[in-house]
Ligand binder design. Sequence first.
Ligand SMILES: *[C@@H]1O[C@H](CO)[C@@H](O)[C@H](O)[C@H]1NC(C)=O
Ligand SMILES: *[C@@H]1O[C@H](CO)[C@@H](O)[C@H](O)[C@H]1NC(C)=O
Ligand SMILES: *[C@@H]1O[C@H](CO)[C@@H](O)[C@H](O)[C@H]1NC(C)=O
Ligand SMILES: *[C@@H]1O[C@H](CO)[C@@H](O)[C@H](O)[C@H]1NC(C)=O
Length: 408
Amino acid sequence: MLAEVVSILVLLCLAINEASIVRTYSDEKGTERFNHLVVDKNTGRVFIGAVNRLYQLSPDLELVIKEVTGPKEDSPECSVLDCPSSVIKKLTDNVNKALVIDYTTTRLISCGSLFQGICSVRNLNNISDVTQVVKEAVVANNSTASTVAFIAPGPPNPPVTQVMYVGVTFTGNSPYRSEVPAVSSRSLERDKMFMIAETAVTTGTRMFVNSLARERYPIHYVYGFSSEGFSYFLTVQARTTNPSPFISKLVRVCHDDENYYSYTEIPIDCTSEDSRKYNLVQAAYVGKPGSDVASELGITAQDDVLFAVFSESDTSEGDISSKPSSNSGLCVYSLKAIRRKFMQNIKTCFSGNGSRGLDFISPSHTCVLTVSSSAIINNNYFADVKNVRFKRILFLFVTKVLANLCDI
Ligand SMILES: *[C@@H]1O[C@H](CO)[C@@H](O)[C@H](O)[C@H]1NC(C)=O
Ligand SMILES: *[C@@H]1O[C@H](CO)[C@@H](O)[C@H](O)[C@H]1NC(C)=O
Ligand SMILES: *[C@@H]1O[C@H](CO)[C@@H](O)[C@H](O)[C@H]1NC(C)=O
Ligand SMILES: *[C@@H]1O[C@H](CO)[C@@H](O)[C@H](O)[C@H]1NC(C)=O
């Protein structure tokens, strides 16, 4: 019942939102592709990462600074550090893959697909002022492979020290890309900027997918967030290493963990009341619930909840397709319930049953007896949205809808 109410209001709010655009900004030619947008919570300044451009706008969306970041001469055969003169380079677009504000140092971190996927650090008051360009492959090196990055507490001394958590789709073997982890925590200290926060011979704050699986069954990173001592990624991937249905997963690592021993994955389901499975997560946001949703989920309005929109696989191919259909669902999960599921899974894992997650991760990381009976996170709240395919959750909008149902 409540689900029906929400879906009607979602459409209503969409209509209201479109009718009341207050300000707009377009690039002069209107042709640049915008990839990421962040808003400084202290100043209201708006930063946009685009193809070959970075923009700094005022809170009123007036252009303040436009930086040209590409195209530049590049080749996949060049290392991050240098390029032999024999390599033929060609003019390559620089696609923004990550844009993150580091509030501790008031810097803007932006990473692009050029030069094996490196990042630069800029002054948050003036993005022309580049304080560091770090020659370390961090993000995906092509226009389509996914990258998710966010800042949260991490080694060496959480919660005082912050690190950048990065999830990256594998883009192929090469001397320069093979060593980029699927998930890692990277230092934000000036003298070891973007290096893996902690490293030892075989461990450290990084996770690789085994080399056979990572090329054939890429993991698509959709969203990342931190909540109560843990960092999480939402992903879409094939269920096992055999051709199999696509599922969505939550990946989790503990902030205190210098070796990613706590790295765990659990499938996440979004199922409607008539038992239809929406298997492909498209976008998500972590926020606080309004009073109605909080009581529905049995939590308080101060507890974190995960809002996530999912699509069904394109029906012509069934759930073995990662192509989304136009049927979408919005599911809401309490982080409390999510933590319980992880705990349940880890308990079965240590009692010798189940696995820590992926068959993809190197065998040393799985539980003793791999029976693959991991817990599944189920939604306790579902809203059906017909014939709409979500690409992004506009967080204010969704929190508002679910918090107060548009104040109606
Ligand atoms: C930003 O810094 C550059 C030099 O680093 C300077 O030329 C420019 O005027 C500054 N822009 C603003 C808006 O302060
Ligand atoms: C990304 O890296 C892979 C592995 O080195 C390479 O095959 C591919 O061409 C690169 N992509 C681009 C757009 O440079
Ligand atoms: C980027 O890399 C992925 C993984 O190798 C590949 O599937 C995809 O086609 C590449 N995209 C482009 C535009 O080359
Ligand atoms: C492992 O799980 C299976 C199936 O869920 C169950 O039958 C078995 O008793 C469990 N074993 C242990 C040691 O918990």
